[in-house]
Write a protein that binds this ligand. Structure first.
Ligand code: SD4
Length: 329
């Protein structure tokens, strides 16, 4: 018995020492140049600049990354001039604006909606799915029904300009989304807050003139967005079918877990897309896929298939647009 007591005592002492050591080594690590750069928020495409500003208002006041990313992506969602996200988004081939969105926090809480019509802020419906239902994903009619039950307003999202373009498109009905234009449809945003916690959100009207009912990568956790509070976060833009095929953002985060930098992780994921396009004998020049990633230290990076993709980075030093490096040179 006393042996056992001694053993417990020694183990407890050893554990305390181990804990103290790990604390010391964490501090040493930080001192050794691994200083955490926080808060920081990054998001896809040029409209990320305005979106980052809204997110920054939350982050600079020591707010939660989750609140920051929701507030951030709501900016392009509400903007009718942004013909790719939320209100004003390009419709599917039946003339319907159907929206996809998801959100993920530091506790791996997730919420998502797909093929949602008539609601301007799908990201907030996704958050309500996360916080108020036993589920993680609602689609179509059911998502709309849930949104209305939560007090979201039903409105027409098809703006005149989008309708005009769609009618024009109907003349040829040729579905070959123009790279970086008809498929630059997504704002993906990831943030690290003052407390060192990560969250992300992703929202889109999807590929212009898609089939009615088509769902892309953006509302799919692991494809268009992934957050792992131990490691990092990633989000994607471009041809959703190719992102889903490689479970893109989960892959990027896992590569960071294995020690890759955000840029190298994004590059490796793009290489995987490239390889599978080859295997499937598809033309790489017809697609765009871009990833952005952020790790726990506040390091960030990106990579994409072809030129034209940029992303916005906002931290205490300012808010700027960066051109992503690309594969097809
Ligand atoms: C989709 N990934 O629906 C979205 C579209 C997009 O930049 O991101 N375009 O496939």
């Amino acid at each position: 018995m006393s042996d056992r007591r001694n053993f417990i005592k020694t183990s407890a002492l050893a554990a305390t020492a181990l804990l103290a050591n790990s604390k010391i080594s964490a501090e040493v690590n930080n001192k050794a140049g691994k200083e955490v750069k926080k808060p920081i928020v990054i998001s896809t495409w040029k409209f990320g600049i305005q979106a980052n500003e809204a997110a920054w208002t939350v982050l600079k006041n020591k707010g939660r990354a989750l609140d920051a990313v929701e507030a951030g992506v709501m900016v392009p969602e509400a903007d009718p001039a942004e013909r790719s996200v939320g209100y004003g988004g390009r419709p599917d081939r039946d003339g319907k604006v159907t929206l996809d969105a998801c959100i993920m926090d530091e506790f791996a809480n997730i919420g998502s909606v797909a093929a949602l019509e008539f609601i301007k802020h799908p990201v907030s419906v996704a958050r309500a799915v996360m916080e108020k239902t036993p589920h993680v994903m609602l689609v179509g009619e059911g998502a709309l029904q849930f949104a209305l039950s939560q007090g979201f307003k039903k409105e027409n999202l098809l703006v005149e300009e989008s309708e005009k373009e769609w009618k024009e498109w109907l003349r040829s009905s040729n579905y070959k989304p123009v790279v970086n234009i008809e498929n630059h449809d997504t704002i993906g945003m990831i943030a690290l807050d003052e407390n060192g916690n990560l969250s992300g959100a992703c929202t889109t009207s999807g590929m212009a003139y898609k089939m009615h009912g088509r769902v892309g990568d953006s509302p799919i956790i692991g494809a268009g967005l992934y957050v792992d509070n131990e490691t990092g976060a990633a989000t994607a833009t471009g041809h959703g079918e190719e992102v889903i095929r490689i479970a893109g953002c989960h892959l990027v985060v896992e590569l960071m877990r294995q020690g890759k930098s955000p840029t190298d992780a994004c590059t490796e994921a793009v290489n995987r897309v490239v390889k599978l396009m080859k295997v499937r004998k598809k033309e790489l020049k017809d697609i765009q896929v871009g990833f952005i990633a952020l790790n726990k230290n506040g390091d960030y990076g990106s990579y994409c298939v072809q030129s034209g993709f940029n992303y916005a980075v906002c931290d205490a030093t300012g808010n700027r647009l960066i051109d992503a490096d690309y594969h097809l040179k």
